[in-house]
Design a protein around this ligand. Structure first.
Ligand code: AHM
Ligand code: MG
Length: 335
């Protein structure tokens, strides 16, 4: 039988490489792993839940049936609070950051930012969705309740980030700044098993992912990049292939593995694009850089943006380094 390394074993092995590690981050990642399993179970029966009653109604046990994104938010929040390694959480589902206000949690050194269920428009039609998470050390003193400043740190301060893709199989991908590793969930054993160690993304790719329906609203540089992707050129293997799922995690995961670029630009109506910097773009940018790729808002490195608001948006170009550089050049020249 082939040797299986579970996520739990792998995290402990990696911790052994850092004698100064206290085990807190290991515990935190275990909390995320647990919440991911719970959400995965629910995602897998999303269709059945719809049969048994509409959202907003009560189920047979008298419990309120929750939309899956609210459900995922509650599960991640509960798992993170229970372990005591996290002093607060910010989420796409919460207007304000959440303070885990107990003595143990106030003493914790980490904050977590998350989009608990990304790509929610795909839930009801059985298309891949994901969870994204980002981890920082707090900047406020331990022993006090978490503050907004703890969450408004630039992405280059992340100590770990990752995502879970609920796809044809469920895969958890994470990095603590020492490479990117992927684990596939084995539902029969209830474990995430190491399946992709040290993921490296190709420098060049053949896939571009963008909601081209918005073409007319895009800046000129982005329009020119789309035309560049579609032009014929043997040397660069163009035209490229267009693939767009509408779930950032799924589109990014495919491009990470195969090489490609994901674009969500600004539009005239939404000058900052759609995606949120803190819990969508920063963790994905951290992962792509760890895998050898690039992430930009068109003008600067995503990870160097100093956030001013919890739910701040940013244009986002992420993937194979040379593809992102090409679109950046066009944006700089043509806007
Ligand atoms: P959500 O967090 O509300 O699910 O929105 C984020 C999602 C991304 O996963 C996806 O890439 C993008 O929105 C799709 O947007 P659009 O439908 O405008 O193409
Ligand atoms: Mg989202």
């Amino acid at each position: 039988m082939q040797k299986m390394i579970t996520l739990g074993e792998f995290i402990v092995q990696k911790q052994a490489d850092f004698p100064e590690a206290t085990g807190d981050l290991t515990g935190l990642l275990s909390a995320i792993r647990l919440a991911a399993k719970v959400v995965n179970r629910e995602v897998n029966k999303a269709g059945l839940a719809d049969i048994t009653g509409a959202v907003g109604e009560q189920n047979i046990q008298g419990e309120e049936q929750q939309k899956l994104d609210v459900y995922a938010n509650e599960k991640f929040k509960a798992a993170l609070e229970a372990r005591g390694e996290v002093c607060g959480m910010a989420s796409e589902e919460e207007e304000d950051y959440v303070v885990f206000d107990s003595e143990v949690n106030n003493n914790a050194k980490y904050v977590v930012l998350t989009d608990p269920l990304d790509g929610s428009s795909n839930i009801d039609v059985n298309v891949s969705i994901g969870t994204i998470f980002s981890i920082y050390k707090r900047v406020s003193p331990r022993g006090t309740p978490v503050t907004l400043e703890d969450f408004l740190q630039p992405g280059n301060q992340q100590v770990a980030a990752g995502y879970i893709i609920y796809g044809s199989s469920t895969v958890l991908v994470y990095s603590t700044g020492h490479g990117v590793h992927g684990f596939t969930y084995d539902p029969s054993l209830g474990v995430f098993a190491l399946s992709h160690e040290n993921i490296c993304t190709p420098e060049d790719g053949l896939i571009y992912s963008i909601n081209e329906g918005n073409y007319i609203k895009f800046p000129d540089g982005v329009k020119m990049y789309i035309k560049y992707c579609q032009a014929e050129d043997e040397a660069t293997h163009r035209p490229f292939t267009a693939r767009y799922i509408g779930s950032l995690v799924a589109d990014f995961h495919r491009n990470l593995m195969k090489g490609g670029i994901y674009l969500y630009p600004s539009t005239m109506k939404n000058p900052n694009g759609k995606l949120r910097l803190l819990y969508e773009c920063n963790p994905i940018a951290y992962l792509v850089e760890q895998a050898g790729g690039r992430a930009s808002d068109g003008y600067q490195r995503i990870l160097d943006i100093k956030p001013t608001e919890l739910h701040q948006r940013t244009p986002f170009f992420v993937g194979s380094t040379n593809m992102v550089k090409t679109v950046e050049d066009l944006i700089k020249e043509f806007g």
